[in-house]
Design a protein around this ligand. Structure first.
Ligand SMILES: NC(=O)C1=CN([C@@H]2O[C@H](COP(=O)(O)OP(=O)(O)OC[C@H]3O[C@@H](n4cnc5c(N)ncnc54)[C@H](O)[C@@H]3O)[C@@H](O)[C@H]2O)C=CC1
Ligand SMILES: O=C(O)[C@@H]1CCC=N1
Length: 276
């Protein structure tokens, strides 16, 4: 069995996974990636030392990348992913596992586009995969054997924590961990802006906010970490943090976050319907 992994579409998400795999020791010679633009191809090849082929508007480059690959990771936007999958039929090995990282694209939609019997694994990763701290949910398709799912889990384990979930849960996973890094960055931006509004200069506020979120994240990474307990460790009775949290609660911040996550899930369902 070949070890070749083809990343079709290497933007934010697939680049993060690819970088995480390389950092974990997967040899660059086992990886080939494709992107639309030649400038992006050279940038990626230079940064990661892997083969990157620019497709332009032609799918021939994708066929070249997929030939002989054991795993094909589809990392393009949901619109167009089925056409891309369908175009691979002439070269796709029947045993190759097609892994999709796309939000909202169902296993059924992928299987319809691919040759009959092709093993498919639908996944929902997140960009901290780049630093080996991703969390990746996977669901096996109709023709994915336990071995195919295991191969995907083993691959993704090199870039983070892998959980297996039923496909019906993937949209919710996407709303929590797929989009989640953006929520954490958004909170960081808001903390920095709060510092500015309290009179700190912009650069200092950004350093304070960024390093605080990084530090808090590292504490959460400790074994057995419980966010509620860690929060209580900062919150002195009748102290300053307690006042801040009281305002967040009064204004309904947890509900706002739940509403945002629900909107993300609803959007995923809408995209699935739009894709047909
Ligand atoms: N960005 C994120 O944090 C996450 C993204 N995803 C999913 O990952 C997928 C990609 O998202 P991003 O990386 O954010 O998008 P992106 O726009 O950064 O990357 C897409 C890449 O695909 C390339 N591309 C488009 N059509 C192509 C084709 N036919 N052949 C070869 N390359 C092609 C583009 O040139 C681009 O480099 C989406 O389906 C998204 O739902 C999933 C979880 C998290
Ligand atoms: O925003 C999106 O649609 C993708 C899926 C999860 C994160 N990024």
């Amino acid at each position: 069995m070949t070890n070749k992994i083809a990343f079709l579409g290497c933007g934010s998400m697939n680049e993060a996974i690819m970088a995480g795999l390389l950092a974990s020791g997967v040899p660059a010679r086992d990886i080939v990636a494709t992107v639309r633009r030649a400038s992006r191809a050279s940038e990626l090849a230079e940064r990661h030392g892997v083969t990157v082929i620019a497709t332009g508007e032609e799918e021939a480059a994708n066929l070249e990348a997929v030939r002989g690959a054991a795993v094909v990771v589809l990392g393009v936007k949901p619109v167009g992913i089925a056409d891309l999958a369908a175009s691979l039929a002439p070269v796709l090995s029947p045993s190759a596992v097609v892994v999709s990282v796309a939000a909202a694209v169902s296993i059924a939609q992928l299987e319809r586009a691919l040759p009959d019997g092709q093993p498919v694994v639908r996944s929902m990763p997140n960009t901290p995969a780049r630093v080996g701290r991703g969390v990746i949910a996977v669901s096996g398709g109709t023709h994915a054997s336990d071995e195919d799912v295991k191969r995907t889990v083993d691959l993704f384990s090199a870039v983070g924590v892998v959980v297996e979930v039923p496909e019906e849960q993937i949209d919710a996973v996407s709303a929590v961990s797929g989009s989640g890094p953006a929520y954490a960055f958004y909170l960081t931006e808001a903390m920095a802006a709060a510092g500015e509004s309290l009179g700190l200069d912009r650069e200092l506020s950004l350093v304070l906010a960024r390093e605080t979120v990084v530090g808090a994240g590292l504490m959460l990474a400790e074994p057995g970490a419980d966010p509620a307990q860690l929060r209580r460790g900062v919150t002195s009775p009748n102290g300053t943090t307690e006042r801040a949290i009281a305002v967040f609660d009064e204004r309904g911040l947890p509900g706002i976050i739940a509403d945002g996550a629900a909107a993300a899930t609803a959007r995923a369902r809408e995209i699935t319907r739009e894709l047909g």
